[in-house]
Each structure stands twice: as structure tokens, then as C-alpha cells.
Design a binder for this molecule. Structure first.
Ligand SMILES: CC(C)(COP(=O)(O)OP(=O)(O)OC[C@H]1O[C@@H](n2cnc3c(N)ncnc32)[C@H](O)[C@@H]1OP(=O)(O)O)[C@@H](O)C(=O)NCCC(=O)NCCS
Length: 171
């Protein structure tokens, strides 16, 4: 079950103090899939794909909880010295409250701790919210985001997306 829109108290000031960012556990799988499949902007993956993300990249998979209910998630993928910020989403009712930024921030911190050197992500031209959340979280960590290219249409049907890179400062 995901937190439903009707439970949202408009103007609730201390919403962020009720949000907990935790590593993914199997018990959240159905809620993450439910949120993913009710979010039109993201690719709708299968449970198997989600399992892969959790199995191979457990330290790059986070959920945002409010009262123990999933209101957001983010998962990534590692590749050599880099990680891909693969997908993140926040329940419609809570978008624009700072949860997306908090998820990205947890991801950056984890990637740094695991000694990865770069974060890559791709964003569609029209996804201002995604871009803003990534830029804002990077800024919070004193990191710069640079645009490094564009995906192809990968044989015809894929909508090209801009590729962004964040260089991580490893101390
Ligand atoms: C993208 C998404 C995860 C961002 O999460 P969010 O919780 O809504 O974003 P936040 O509230 O943390 O906002 C972070 C920053 O982005 C800004 N922002 C949020 N929505 C915005 C919008 N539509 N346009 C421009 N800026 C926006 C906020 O003002 C904030 O800026 P600040 O830190 O400078 O104050 C969320 O909007 C979402 O789930 N969208 C649908 C799924 C999706 O597109 N996922 C990304 C592709 S994988």
C-alpha cells in the first residue's frame, strides 16, 4: 500500500521531519512497484528488474517512508567507478516537498562513501522537477552537475534524453 493522496494535510509544515530515508528492503517491493506503475513519467519495470537493482546494488536503493508507508524511492546501478542514478519518484501528493532532493542526497552520500568517482543520470528535456532535484542535491553537497551528451533513440522508439554527470570528490 502506498500513502494515498487523501491523507495529505495541505500546508503541513513539518512534513519533512516525518520523512525517513532508508535502504530498500524486500518488504517495500510491492509498494515501490505500485508507486512506479502509478507514475506516468517513469519507465514501468517488472519485479524482476527491481530484484536485480536490489540484489546487485543494495547500497544504491533507497525508499522514503512516511509513517512506515512508501512515499518515494530511488535506485541506481554501478558500472566500474561510476554509478547511474537510474530512477526516482515521489508519490504525487508529496511532490515538491523536498523528498526527491532528500533521496538524491542519500544516493550521493552513499556513492561517495562507496568510493565511486562519478554519478551519471539521464533526464528528458521536459522533466524540470527531476533536473531541479538533482541539481539542488548536488549543490547541497558542493558538487557540480555537467551535461555531457545525449542518449540515442536506441533503434527508433526511445525518446532521447540528456546525459548528466556529477564528479564526486573523494577525500
Ligand atoms: C522528479 C521528482 C522525483 C522530484 O521529487 P520532488 O520531491 O517533487 O522534488 P523536491 O520537492 O525535492 O524538489 C527539489 C527541488 O526541485 C524544485 N522543483 C520541484 N519540482 C519542480 C518543477 N516541477 N519545476 C522546477 N523545479 C522544481 C524544488 O523547488 C526544489 O528546489 P530547491 O531545492 O532549490 O528548493 C518528482 O517530481 C517525481 O516523482 N516526478 C515524477 C517521476 C519522475 O519524473 N522521476 C524522474 C525521472 S526517473
Amino acid at each position: 500500500m502506498i500513502e494515498s493522496d487523501v491523507n495529505v494535510q495541505a500546508g503541513s509544515v513539518d512534513l519533512m521531519s516525518q520523512i525517513e530515508i532508508v535502504l530498500f528492503k524486500e518488504e517495500y517491493a510491492n509498494s515501490v512497484l505500485e508507486l512506479m506503475h502509478s507514475t506516468p513519467e517513469v519507465d514501468h519495470h517488472t519485479d524482476y528488474t527491481l530484484w536485480q537493482a536490489a540484489y546487485f546494488d543494495p547500497g544504491l536503493f533507497f525508499v522514503a517512508l512516511k509513517n512506515n508507508l512508501v512515499v518515494g524511492y530511488l535506485f541506481g546501478r554501478n558500472s566500474h567507478d561510476s554509478v547511474l542514478l537510474w530512477q526516482f519518484a515521489v508519490s504525487k501528493a508529496y511532490q515538491g516537498s523536498g523528498i526527491g532532493k532528500k533521496l538524491v542526497s542519500a544516493f550521493i552520500l552513499s556513492a561517495k562513501t562507496q568510493q565511486y568517482r562519478k554519478i551519471f543520470t539521464t533526464i528528458t528535456k521536459e522533466n524540470n522537477a527531476s533536473k531541479a532535484a538533482i541539481y539542488s542535491a548536488a549543490k547541497q553537497h558542493g558538487l557540480l552537475v555537467s551535461e555531457v551528451g545525449e542518449t540515442s533513440n536506441f533503434g527508433g522508439k526511445m525518446k532521447p534524453e540528456k546525459i548528466f554527470k556529477i564528479d564526486l570528490k573523494i577525500s
